[in-house]
Design a protein around this ligand. Structure first.
Ligand code: F6R
Length: 592
């Protein structure tokens, strides 16, 4: 987690760095800082809190430096404080460093440095890098970095500047993301593409084990042994406008409303790009889907589709659990990594592990050029555009589109299935038109302390997703459960204060779900039913009813998730919470 950015060129670096940090803030936001080279002197400014605190502290300060680095932090080692905020410097304040990731052997390195009399100012793992580089420096920053980098263990990306070479930035990638942006007489470096998209669309994505040597005149890439590496330049098709709020109060709300487009673009993109993998799902004895959070829930939905349409047994595993379990994986398996960011460290590990075991790997990824995209054998790209709200919404329904596309590949009725899928965006549009009902329900129940979410079959993952959305942005405790599991424990929680959201479209388990609603009603629970328009049974049994347009069973998750996203959004927004940047979270999880 954490976001880093660097600039060297003809413009004043500070506004460009602050602008970039604002776009990176979703990666962490407990403290922020910048370091600039001002007349061969290093100035470092850091603040606890969001970027706006840093911006305020810089008002009126006359910084004109044309080379600098910036950082927004999500604390791992050392609590959020000014001392622990980045950039970190060496003792003489000649070298400054910003870092994303974890240096696993930092305690050992710190002990060694302290043994030599180095005084540390912070509790971070990062500070060791600044001291090591200062000690290794003999007139060439790149050489010093190359000497140090081979001593570091862990997953990290960092950027370093020095007063001795005022127009140079050296950036390192090993496990955490880092891209270089190419301009005219200026160059950039950042944790991800949107941070520098207003300034350039020409991007070089670094691979693990690479170092970028950046000056205003050019960029050279090397491996950790100092051998030059030739890289491809990618021209990014995104437009920065699509990363602005366009009149919505929050990015999350805008992104919920973008779902018809995200789903439509994903289906059209996959059909027209011919991204279909050159193998049949039936070639495999088993499919393992690996993901975290919302992407994991998309996998749970995808499992039902894949098993139904291809007959191949499919398991969905949390990436963090997969990592330390003894899954027998070999060339008979297909491993599918699902990740919006394409950088989630556990999912990335799973893909690399599976490749080493000889399995085929396929990923469903939103960020083109991300690590998981590059490291998988095949990628199905979701064409959702950049997602800024920390809570995933449009990328979830885009992931569902890609998974349905995959499940239908090789099916004798593929064309019919895809033409049905193409009807989904219009139905999501219709669902969004009914958002006022959801807002009223949010008003009524926003003060409740606990929520239950229930569903069966395809609606069970949606119940999980609805509960996750509510807890992550409103901080209200919420649990998702298979509706049939209620009587095995959770039903004990039900009383007249407990809102129970039941996802009950007319599908193969509808009658069973109705029976579960009855069970909740008998115990006086408050039922918020989500069902098809005109479903009098669900409506009658519910205290509140949210209607979605009727649709074929397979596609119900695309619609039923929308009111649950809106419910979480409106509750958090009415509670006055920071919807787009909820506490303790970060959009991209690059630590274990
Ligand atoms: C929840 C959310 C997270 C992510 C999870 C995986 O709204 O956004 O649970 O889904 O961190 O991230 P990706 O998909 O980038 O691997």
């Amino acid at each position: 987690m954490c976001g880093i950015i660097g600039y060297t060129g003809k413009e004043q670096a500070l506004p460009l760095i602050l602008g970039g940090l604002e776009r990176l803030e979703y990666r962490g936001y407990d403290s922020a800082g910048v370091a600039l080279i001002e007349d061969r002197r290093l100035v470092v400014e850091k603040r606890v809190g969001k970027i706006r605190e840093l911006v305020k502290s810089l008002w009126g300060k006359p910084y004109k430096g044309k080379t600098g680095i910036g950082h927004t932090r999500w604390a791992t080692h050392g609590e959020p404080s000014t001392e622990n905020a980045h950039p970190h410097t060496d003792e003489r304040c000649e070298f400054a460093i910003v870092h994303n990731g974890i240096v696993e052997n930092y305690l050992e390195l710190r002990k060694e440095l302290e043994g030599k009399g180095v005084k540390f100012r912070s509790n971070t793992d990062t500070e060791v890098i600044a001291h090591l580089i200062a000690n290794a420096y003999r007139g060439d920053l790149l050489d010093a970095v190359l000497e140090v980098v081979n001593r570091l263990r862990g997953a990290f990306a960092f950027a370093v500047i020095t007063v001795h070479e005022p127009s140079r930035i050296v950036g390192v990638k090993q496990g955490s993301p880092l891209v270089v942006g190419l301009g005219e007489g200026e160059n950039f470096l950042a944790s991800d593409i949107p941070a520098i998209l207003p300034y350039t669309r020409k991007i070089v994505t670094l691979s693990d084990g690479e170092v970028a040597d950046i000056t205003p005149e050019g960029v050279n890439i090397y491996d950790f042994n100092g051998n030059p590496v030739t890289k491809e330049i990618m021209v990014v098709p995104w437009d920065i406008i699509s990363a602005e709020k366009s009149g919505f109060k929050h990015f999350m709300l805008k992104e919920i409303y973008e779902q018809p487009k995200a789903v439509g673009d994903t289906i059209r993109g996959l059909i027209s790009s011919g991204e279909e993998p050159p193998f049949s799902l039936k070639d495999f004895r088993r499919i393992l889907m690996i993901a975290c959070g919302t992407s994991y829930h998309a996998g749970l939905v995808g499992k039902f589709w894949i098993e139904k349409l291809s007959g191949v047994p499919t398991e969905v595993v949390y990436a963090s659990e997969f990592r330390y379990a003894d899954f027998p994986v070999d060339e008979r398996d297909l491993i599918i990594g699902i990740s919006q960011s394409g950088e989630t460290i556990d999912t990335k590990f799973a893909i690399n592990f599976a490749k080493r075991k000889g399995a085929k790997t396929l990923s469903v990824v939103n960020v083109v050029g991300s690590s998981i995209d590059r490291e998988s054998d095949y990628t199905l790209h979701t064409h959702a555009g950049p997602e800024i709200g920390v809570a995933a919404t449009k990328t979830f329904t885009a992931q569902l589109s890609a998974l349905y596309f995959l499940a239908s590949s090789g099916h004798p009725e593929k064309d019919r299935l895809l033409s049905e899928l193409m009807k989904v965006p219009a139905k999501i549009e219709e669902t969004l038109d009914r958002s006022e009902v959801v807002e009223k329900i949010a008003d009524k129940y926003m003060k409740k302390k606990d929520f239950l979410y229930l569903g069966r079959y395809l609606s069970f993952p949606i119940a999980l997703e609805g509960a996750l959305k509510l807890k992550e942005i409103s901080y209200i405790h919420a649990e998702g459960y298979p509706a049939g599991e209620m009587k095995h424990g959770p039903i004990a929680l039900i009383d007249e204060n407990m809102p129970v959201v039941v996802v009950a479209p007319q599908d193969r388990v509808h009658e069973k779900t109705l029976a579960n609603i009855e069970e909740v009603r008998t115990r006086k629970g408050i039922i918020i039913g989500v069902g098809f328009e005109g479903d009098e049974k669900v409506e009658k049994l519910s205290s509140e009813f949210i209607a979605v347009p009727p649709i074929e069973e397979d596609f119900t998750p695309f619609l039923t998730v929308v009111p649950l996203q809106l419910l979480a959004y409106h509750i958090a927004s009415k509670l006055g919470l920071d919807v787009d940047q909820p506490r303790n979270l970060a959009k991209t999880v690059t630590v274990e």
